[in-house]
Design a protein around this ligand. Structure first.
Ligand SMILES: Cc1cc2nc3c(=O)[nH]c(=O)nc-3n(C[C@H](O)[C@H](O)[C@H](O)COP(=O)(O)OP(=O)(O)OC[C@H]3O[C@@H](n4cnc5c(N)ncnc54)[C@H](O)[C@@H]3O)c2cc1C
Length: 417
């Protein structure tokens, strides 16, 4: 009688981007794969990415786009599964990809289609998907060597398990931080987490007056007098503080400082392309040619009306006085505010509003195959780890890279028991 070849059983906890990448990779290598997902469907977070368009990667992939306490680990993983691999992975499932300034999107610009191709591939590979199954324990069976996971009702036994539960960011999509609890059960250390790629709140009470303003600006964050983060892009002023891509990018730095301090100083430069000298000449020229103007009229044309009105008020210049009567010192103060507008960040929006989470499972405790050094046979992937990227497709790239490496390694090796 012909003996049936035994297939390695791999359990994937979490059906997000990294879990699906792990499942597809493991199944393609011949493993019998099951995804255990707490939601009633897999891939909920993918649907909200890139404003529904899913920025799934970036041609300008370098380790410097990522944060985490172990940069060498991140670099190695990205070398082993890079942007070209992501494109090939999606092309192999029939998804056409387009590029805009290095940012990768599905050609159809629909995140739902990205999820569809992943789901169809899982189906074609015979991956079992069990939904509404929230795993709350993971352990090794001392006798069989199998990894046993449980939702408190049922136990599941696998030769290898991939923890791909995500972080605490956007918990409505399913990632409620329970992955950290599972990793702790294995003995892992969690690098403290903070919301990242999130809006920041400011102490100043004038934000209501400038809410809705969008402006190109450079924003810097200071810690103990030293600039620790700097970004340029479209800044948005809101009723409670600041938002927009440059704010998202620096939010993790601000939030880590806020763990030990009640406030963080941010400096915004609305005129980063204008030197002090050019400003002086600009003012002199205008003073000569626009003598009859009021202060408000004089300053019209430089920045958004609402910002200029605020800066005139802060400098103590009444909008209706003739510009010839404005003191030079106050004029310079307006310029100083345009170049160095200081605001005090005293919080951020919560995890509900954050796109990702900074911090997570300490990657010093993983092999380069994403295997737990605390419990071999368990692999960890995605945002659950202490790896977070900037805006631009880098977080999904991390999910595809780490998920693929984990799935590949989980599918190879011995069958237990
Ligand atoms: C609004 C928004 C927009 C974004 N846009 C982009 C973008 O355009 N480009 C980009 O690169 N990144 C973007 N991101 C970030 C990116 O989506 C995430 O980094 C990525 O999806 C993380 O994948 P993951 O598999 O690690 O986790 P998740 O996608 O969060 O998946 C984790 C899965 O595990 C399940 N789960 C959790 N705990 C358990 C448990 N105990 N048992 C069973 N199942 C469990 C969850 O329900 C979830 O399905 C965005 C994020 C948000 C919130």
């Amino acid at each position: 009688m012909k003996k049936m070849a035994c297939r390695k059983k791999v359990g994937i906890i979490g059906g997000g981007a990294s879990g699906m990448a792990a499942a597809i990779t493991a199944a393609r290598l011949g493993a019998e794969v099951t995804i255990l997902e707490r939601n009633d469907r897999i891939g909920k977070k993918i649907l909200v990415t890139g404003n529904g368009k899913c920025n799934l990667g970036n041609y300008h992939l370098t380790p410097s786009e990522y944060y985490g306490e172990n940069p060498a680990f991140i670099e190695k993983a990205l070398q082993r599964f890079n942007t070209e691999d992501t494109i090939a992975f999606f092309n192999s499932m029939g998804l056409l990809i387009k590029e805009r300034n290095g940012y990768l999107y599905p050609a159809c610009e629909q995140a739902a289609v990205v999820l569809d191709v992943l789901r169809y591939e899982l189906q074609a590979l015979g991956v079992t998907v069990i939904t509404e199954c929230k795993i709350n324990s993971v352990a090794k069976d001392g006798k069989t060597g199998k990894i046993v996971v449980s939702d408190g009702v049922k136990q599941y036994h696998y030769d290898a398990v991939v923890l791909a539960c995500g972080s605490k960011a956007a918990p409505k999509t399913g990632s409620d931080g329970s992955g950290y609890k599972l990793a702790k059960q294995l003995g892992h250390h969690i690098v403290p987490t903070v919301p990242a790629l999130v809006q920041l709140k400011c102490r100043e009470d004038y934000f209501k007056a400038v809410a809705g303003v969008r402006a190109d600006a450079v924003i810097k964050i200071y810690d103990k007098g030293k600039c620790v983060a700097k970004e340029r892009g479209e800044l948005q002023l809101t009723e409670y503080g600041i938002s927009g891509i440059p704010v998202f990018q620096i939010s993790r730095v601000a939030n880590y400082i806020l763990r030990d301090n009640s406030e963080v100083l941010a400096e915004i430069n609305f005129l980063s392309d204008m030197s002090e000298d050019t400003y002086k000449k600009f003012c002199e020229e205008r003073r000569r040619t626009q003598k009859g103007r009021t202060a408000e009229e004089f300053f019209t044309g430089m920045l958004h009306k609402k910002i200029m009105a605020l800066f005139l008020k802060m400098a103590g210049i009444k909008g209706n006085i003739p510009i010839s009567e404005a003191e030079e010192e106050k004029m310079q103060q307006v310029f100083a505010l345009c170049k160095k507008f200081r605001v005090h960040i005293n919080g951020s929006n919560p995890y509900d509003n954050a796109q990702v989470c900074a911090g997570g499972v300490d990657t010093m405790e993983l092999t380069e195959d994403m295997e737990s050094c605390k419990m071999p046979g368990v692999f960890l992937a995605g945002e659950l780890l202490d790896v977070d990227g900037k805006c631009g497709g880098y977080n999904l790239q991390w999910a595809w890279s780490s998920g693929t490496l984990a799935g590949r390694a989980a599918a190879s090796g011995d069958i237990k028991g």
